[in-house]
Design a protein around this ligand. Structure first.
Ligand SMILES: [Zn+2]
Ligand SMILES: [Zn+2]
Length: 245
């Protein structure tokens, strides 16, 4: 770890009230159970359902992420409620689902996010993923905690005004952290973009960041960054959206 200069320490002290913990997934290339937390691979599916298909091309969507709440860090265990959170996303290039469905905006029909209760599921057994060019499976075997801080624009909304040099300093220290992570603060590429819940209009709560070409061999536009959010009042309202430069 690099030693922080006095100026950096001063800055972090000034914004200490906004400090949150971000957890980076530690992964292993292996085949995990359908109940485990992972990127890609075979998710938990009910015996009587099809693998979720894209609302545009009707093909099976990539499993971007599955999180089992029981495997999350203790402090973050209730982040989305309890059960298995799944994120499906269509990357079918030939039919340009991402563009046609404007999947950078929330609630695109080429995506599906849901929370399953394993107790209510009769598990479907699949040997092979039906997804065309499925990503390599990476099982999340641990979580690495680190401090995280919001970007200068978000700090300003929280009543802390940074000058240009301080904003630069924050960015250079990699706050908010880039890469895949659970919680912490979103590394917004454009402005602050918490989606609004279609039911109540409230800003949705940030849960997980999927960055370009970190654990998934995928790029959102031009090195964009995606965020998974959920309405606190309507936990079934979950979405993924992204922005790039
Ligand atoms: Zn599609
Ligand atoms: Zn809501």
């Amino acid at each position: 770890m690099t030693i922080k200069t006095p100026a950096e320490q001063n800055l972090l002290q000034r914004i200490a009230s906004t400090k949150k913990t971000a957890w980076s997934p530690v992964v292993e290339k292996s085949t995990g159970s359908v109940l485990t937390s992972k990127f890609s691979g075979i998710p938990l599916l009910d015996k009587n359902e099809h693998w979720p298909r894209c609302g545009h091309c009707q093909k099976e969507m990539q499993l971007f992420l599955q999180l089992n709440s029981g495997e999350l860090p203790q402090e973050a265990r209730q982040v989305f409620g309890s059960g298995i959170l799944q994120v499906f996303y269509c990357i079918n290039d030939e039919q340009e689902c991402e563009i046609e469905c404007e999947a950078y905006f929330p609630f695109a029909k080429s995506t599906l996010l849901r929370i399953l209760n394993p107790a209510n599921i009769v598990t479907k057994t699949l040997q092979v993923s039906p997804v065309a060019d499925a990503f390599e499976e990476k099982v999340i075997v641990a979580w690495q905690a680190s401090d995280d801080y919001p970007n200068s624009e978000e700090l300003e909304e929280l009543g802390i005004q940074l000058d240009e040099a301080e904003a630069e300093q924050l960015y250079e220290q990699n706050y908010p952290k880039v890469g895949d992570k659970l919680l912490g603060w979103p590394a917004w590429v454009q402005g602050i973009e918490y989606p609004q819940c279609p039911d109540c209009g409230d800003n949705m709560k940030y849960i997980f960041q999927i960055d370009s070409e970190d654990n998934l061999d995928y790029m959102f536009g031009d090195t964009g960054c995606a965020h998974i959010t959920q309405c606190e009042k309507h936990p079934d309202r979950l979405t993924i959206a992204w922005a790039c430069f």
